[in-house]
Design a protein around this ligand. Structure first.
Ligand SMILES: NC(=O)c1ccc[n+]([C@@H]2O[C@H](COP(=O)([O-])OP(=O)(O)OC[C@H]3O[C@@H](n4cnc5c(N)ncnc54)[C@H](OP(=O)(O)O)[C@@H]3O)[C@@H](O)[C@H]2O)c1
Length: 326
């Protein structure tokens, strides 16, 4: 099969399109014909092997998994003899986590892995696009922040992959949502359902008078120290991006004070939990209560281009790689 391969960390030029053996499903595995995968900010960090601590998961000196990308949407091509819940021909979407392997014509996934039947009304491109942002936002807002109807929620980085999903999910869960983005993305974030928008190039949201029950920084551009004053008593500050300060702050605020700091890693959850999230997203997508935001699509062979674009830090929603039938 055709696959993208990287055997060292580095710039987007590490990727090569190669012919490699197709994976063969084990007894409890599903062979998926990948139609779309993504390039995300997290994939860029995995490509670079940064931060270095991430290499504990991805390989110390070189990538442990040569084929990159962690989300997929496609068709079940074959199943192992012990598989009962999926059949050849099913359209599925999901994620492979640190096993990666999705930037290829085929990937094998355990039946109990993080996957679900695809929303009937989405293309593979749109389905792949929502997996990372949707799962991550659901986990942070519903499970970590315990968002309740009526909560005031601020989403920083509202135009990114996690942010565009977070704005919509927070709205769906009944919050009053403020989205923070640059001027160019204000209309997009409003259209996704934000009640209020703040242009971060013109206004520092940490200096304002408004108070929030939840501040979710999806791009790690703020800090708990700066956001503490805009949190209500009992409020939660969440970030997706690790920093030296956030771990001791999380420990301390879990014991002292009435404002909490939280960092979490959606990718390290159990597969069963991820699957439950995907099933919930499927329902919301089919009812058009949320929509995927696709910025650009590239053919698989142009993965380096896609990474270069993601590296600008300016993408809106998701960047998708399409895998053509050969
Ligand atoms: N912890 C976890 O479980 C987890 C899960 C998923 C992702 N992540 C991490 O979360 C981060 C975000 O991922 P992503 O895919 O959503 O990122 P992304 O889509 O690449 O983010 C790009 C967006 O960020 C906006 N942005 C850039 N600087 C900003 C600023 N100072 N203030 C507000 N918005 C700004 C950009 O808008 P402008 O062009 O308008 O500036 C752009 O639309 C990554 O570091 C990723 O590794 C963590």
């Amino acid at each position: 099969m055709k696959a993208i391969v990287a055997t060292r960390y580095g710039s987007p030029e590490v990727f090569r399109l190669e012919e490699i053996p197709s994976p063969v499903p084990a007894d409890d595995e599903i062979l998926v014909r990948v139609r779309a995968t993504t390039v995300s900010a997290a994939h860029s960090m995995m490509r670079q092997g940064r931060p270095l601590v991430g290499r504990l998961f991805t390989g110390l000196r070189r990538p442990r998994q040569a084929v990159p990308s962690t989300e997929f949407a496609g068709r079940v091509e074959a199943v192992g003899p012990a598989v009962t819940s999926f059949s050849p021909g099913d359209e599925v979407f999901g994620e492979t986590g640190i096993r990666a392997g999705c930037a290829a014509e085929y990937v094998c996934v355990r039946e109990g892995g993080a996957l679900s039947i695809m929303p009937f009304n989405l293309s593979a491109t749109a389905a792949a696009a929502i997996v990372d942002g949707g799962s991550t936002s659901l986990y942070f807002l519903r499970d970590k922040a315990k968002l309740r109807p009526g909560h005031r929620v601020l989403i920083n980085g509202a135009s990114g992959s996690v942010g565009t999903a977070a704005v919509q999910l927070a709205r769906h869960l009944g919050a009053d949502v403020t989205g923070v983005c640059s001027a160019a993305n204000l209309d997009l974030v409003r259209a996704l359902g934000a009640d209020d928008v703040i242009d971060y190039t013109a206004e520092d949201f940490t200096e304002g008078d408004r108070r929030y029950d939840i501040v979710f920084d999806t791009v790690g551009k703020s800090s708990f120290a700066r956001c503490r004053r805009i949190l209500e008593a009992g409020g939660v500050y969440l970030t997706t991006v690790p920093s030296f300060a956030i771990y001791p702050q999380m420990l301390l605020t879990s014991r002292i004070g009435d404002k909490r700091a939280v960092i979490a890693a959606a990718g390290l959850r159990r597969d069963e939990e991820k699957t439950q999230g995907l099933i919930m997203l499927k329902g919301l997508l089919e009812e058009k209560l949320i929509i995927p935001v696709v910025d650009r699509t590239y053919p698989l062979a142009q993965i380096a281009e896609a990474h270069r674009y993601v590296d600008t830090g300016r993408k809106k929603g998701s960047v998708v790689l399409t895998v053509e039938e050969s």
